[in-house]
Design a protein around this ligand. Structure first.
Ligand code: MRU
Length: 349
């Protein structure tokens, strides 16, 4: 089952509710673009490519909701919907990329307004279908980096759930496993929302890939003691110089990998590469509610004292000097990234 898909019988968007996993696998339905924007903010759907596809389908819903009788009127309504969807989460550039792609596709639409509504849905569907195909290409490139018997550390969730299907970094691991390589995964639990312990562990169980969950602060121990040969993670945005914004904790993981000469790979579709930003310091970093940190419970009891305050940046930026290579659907990119990344990125046509 795809993480994000259009129900052609009911004319609605369906998405796996990732907040409920691994306890329950439930699919939520959406009929309004506003509720899709809210679902992205609330992380019903999460992961950079998945939220891009969700937003594109959100525009298809907005096209159905709009009462405009002219293509200009519909375009204006779609622009308003896109601006709401774009603001749902700031860091993953796939969100803005997917919205821009749909809007560009219909910007000069000449034809009946009903056909324009259909064109919006068609483009969203293409984005979703291409995501799966791109992920498999990325996985085949990335799997060449994994050797039989490797133990890899993986951060956050970058699997089928973070995309439309298959996944980015976890897709690489899955491909290596399907090719018959023995690969063991140390799964960073990924505080505070525990995408690793909840979602990555659930996915690895489904695929039959051996894994162990580790607390985030154990990664340095495994790297220092030679118990992990590679580090894999995704990205929410890559700047033109190769700086990588990804789930909070990636920077510390990459630092520890670098200090121990362990290669660290970021696996991204080219839609995650933002060549308009010269360096990672320009990437907007989402700061989420302190409650996500404070609500941790241990043995049924809240850990933090009442009245405690917290900070909760959801992403950090790993400087490019700590990244061994960036795996894309168009090949593996090595430093110097500022020279080599533009060779794999194709502009939206
Ligand atoms: O806050 P999330 O769960 O949306 O963050 C997701 C990540 O950081 C992933 O690692 C990233 O999107 C790349 S994987 C497709």
């Amino acid at each position: 089952m795809r993480t994000v898909f259009w129900d052609y019988d009911r004319h609605e968007l369906k998405m796996i509710d990732q907040r409920l996993l691994p306890e329950r696998l439930e699919v939520a339905s959406f009929r309004e673009h506003r509720s899709v924007a809210q679902a992205i903010t609330d992380m019903v759907v999460r992961g950079a490519p998945a939220i891009g596809a969700a937003a594109a389908f959100g525009l298809a819903l907005a096209a159905r909701e709009s009462e405009a009788s002219s293509t200009q009127g519909l375009f204006a309504d779609l622009q308003a919907a896109a601006s709401l969807l774009r603001s749902a989460r700031p860091t993953a550039v796939n969100l803005a990329w997917a919205l821009e792609r749909v809007l560009k596709h219909i910007a000069d639409f000449a034809g009946p307004v009903e056909e324009m509504r259909q064109a919006v849905l068609d483009e969203a569907q293409r984005i979703a279908d291409e995501d799966v195909e791109i992920n498999k290409r990325m996985a085949r490139h990335g799997a060449t980096l994994i050797e039989d018997g490797d133990t890899v550390i993986h951060h956050c969730n970058t699997g089928a759930l973070a995309t439309v299907d298959w996944g980015t970094a976890l897709g690489v691991i899955r491909m290596a496993h399907e090719q018959g390589k023995r690969v063991h995964v140390l799964v960073d639990e990924t505080r505070p929302r525990l995408q690793g312990a909840r979602l990555t562990a659930w996915e690895l169980s489904q695929y039959g890939i051996p894994y162990e969950i580790i607390s985030d602060n154990a990664a340095g121990y495994f790297l220092r003691t030679g118990q992990a040969q590679k580090v894999f993670f995704g990205a929410d945005r890559v700047a033109a110089n190769g700086d990588v914004a990804n789930k909070i904790g990636t920077y510390m993981l990459a630092l520890a990998a670098h200090d121990n000469n362990v290669p660290a790979y970021s696996v991204v579709p080219t839609s995650t590469i933002d060549l308009s930003l010269t360096h990672g310091g320009l990437i907007p970093i989402e700061e989420r509610s302190p409650d996500e940190v404070l609500e941790l419970r241990l043995m049924g009891r809240r850990v933090a004292p009442e009245g405690a305050r917290a900070r909760n940046p959801a992403f950090d930026v790993t400087p490019h000097r700590l990244i061994t290579a960036i795996v894309t659907e168009n090949g593996i990119v090595y430093p110097p990234f500022d020279t080599n990344l533009p060779n794999v990125v194709r502009p939206i046509s």
